[in-house]
Design a protein around this ligand. Structure first.
Ligand code: PLP
Length: 408
């Protein structure tokens, strides 16, 4: 028997890194009396430091990860009915911006062991109308960017990297968010570093940078000789208060990532050889920064699979998520029933029938991934004791579930 303990949670102070640094930054910010980023310095500091940190030429802060993806899509300046390829396993915040821009999200299958899109799965859905590819580095593990960039470059299609779950993730020693045309990050409560809500967009391309900057700012040409509102755009600015918190959080990012990687490796070692359990498959030549730690559960070995194991772990207070988002993104009402603007169904009315064909046969990897994945909560406050608690309870749960079959 193990005594029940409560794991640190990224939803409150137990699993987050806020301290005197954030307090002091907020105090300084308030003392200036300037809380808008159009006049203040904290958001600018965040942008400069973040760009330098990951090796991008430009970074712009905005109000959420969803806003960041929206900036990226808007920067591509697509025509209504153009297609943007995206993954079937992601946050809805990565999909609705495509629709807001009048483009069609075209879903792509994933590898059931990494949960990521691949060059092969993307190639299957490229059409003459494809104007962008969003790749999501899910759970902190990078997509295999070599073949993906080779494919995209061959077709001349810009790649947007959704890095909301992959701060400081590297592929061939290069940070994700710097391979494609645009990278997007989220500072939401549960991400590696946080301001509660917030986002960052990165690019190396000056023309895209200009459009991203304008899109965040109602497309108002600040500083231009004859400024105007140049195109349709929201106010997606981050406030200085959040910028202050973000600057302090960014200073802690290395330690956050280091801790997550270390404890994840420790759990992998502990679980090795456990029947019916596949520990995370890490893309070659990369660093997985463990936003979450996923197990792939084989239901032919562990009766009831991920759902049964998840239920057993919840009895020990381990708030895991069997099946992650439960169903592929295209099964959500907004996409399935095309609930967009009034009763118009626009822009789906412009879509080729193949672009909205969500038949199961095109998404074998996606369904397979969701049927097997068990997502463990993860954060930088985990200690060796927490890892021991997780591994002991996972082992016990697996043993008791498999023992039931043995007995009959
Ligand atoms: C969290 C997340 C988003 C959206 O970010 P918000 O800040 O919640 O709007 C987008 N994509 C992925 C992969 C995410 O995990």
């Amino acid at each position: 028997m193990t005594n029940r303990i409560t794991l640190p949670s990224d939803q409150d102070a137990t699993g987050r890194t806020f301290g005197p640094e954030e307090l002091e930054a907020v105090r300084q910010c308030l003392a200036t009396g300037t809380l808008t980023s159009t006049k203040g310095n904290f958001v600018k500091q965040l942008e400069t430091k973040f760009a330098a940190k990951i090796g991008a030429k430009f970074a712009y802060a905005c109000s959420s990860g969803t806003a960041a993806v929206h900036c990226a899509i808007a920067a591509l300046d697509t025509e209504p009915g153009d297609e943007i390829i995206t993954t079937s396993i992601t946050d809805m915040g990565a999909i609705t911006p495509i629709i807001y821009q009048g483009a069609i999200p075209v879903f792509c299958d994933v590898d059931p062991h990494t949960y990521n899109v691949t060059a092969e799965s993307i190639a299957k859905v490229i059409s003459p109308k494809t104007k962008g590819i969003v790749v999501t580095h899910l759970f902190g593990n990078p997509c295999d960017m070599g073949p993906i960039m080779e494919l995209a470059n061959r077709h001349g299609i810009p790649v947007i990297e959704d890095c909301a779950q992959s701060f400081l993730t590297t592929y061939n020693d290069q940070y994700v968010g710097t391979f494609g045309a645009v990278g997007t990050f989220s500072l939401q409560q549960g991400k590696h570093i946080t301001t509660g809500e917030g986002g960052i967009v990165t690019t190396n391309d000056p023309a895209l940078a200009r459009r991203i900057y304008l899109f965040i700012n109602k497309a108002w040409g600040y500083g231009d000789a004859k400024p105007d509102h140049y195109f349709i755009a929201p106010n997606y600015r981050m406030s200085e208060l959040l910028g202050a918190v973000a600057v302090a959080q960014l200073d802690k990012l290395d330690a956050v990532v280091e801790s997550r990687v270390r404890t994840a490796a420790a759990l992998t070692t502990e679980l090795s050889g456990l029947p019916g359990i596949e520990t995370p498959v890490i893309t070659e030549n990369s660093v997985h920064t463990f936003w979450k730690y996923c197990l792939r559960v084989d239901e032919t070995v562990i009766p009831g699979g991920t759902v049964a194991l998840g239920a057993a772990l919840k009895d020990y207070g381990i708030l895991c998520a069997p099946r992650y988002i439960q169903k592929p993104a295209f099964e959500c009402i907004v996409i399935k029933d095309q609930v967009t603007f009034g009763t118009s169904r626009w822009p789906f009315t412009l879509a080729r029938p193949e672009a909205t064909d969500y038949s199961r046969c095109h998404f074998e990897g996606t369904w397979n991934a969701l049927e097997h994945v068990l997502v463990l909560p993860w954060n930088e406050k985990y200690t060796d004791e927490h890892i021991q608690y997780l591994s002991t309870n996972i082992r016990n749960a697996v043993m008791s579930l498999t023992a039931k079959v043995a007995v009959g």
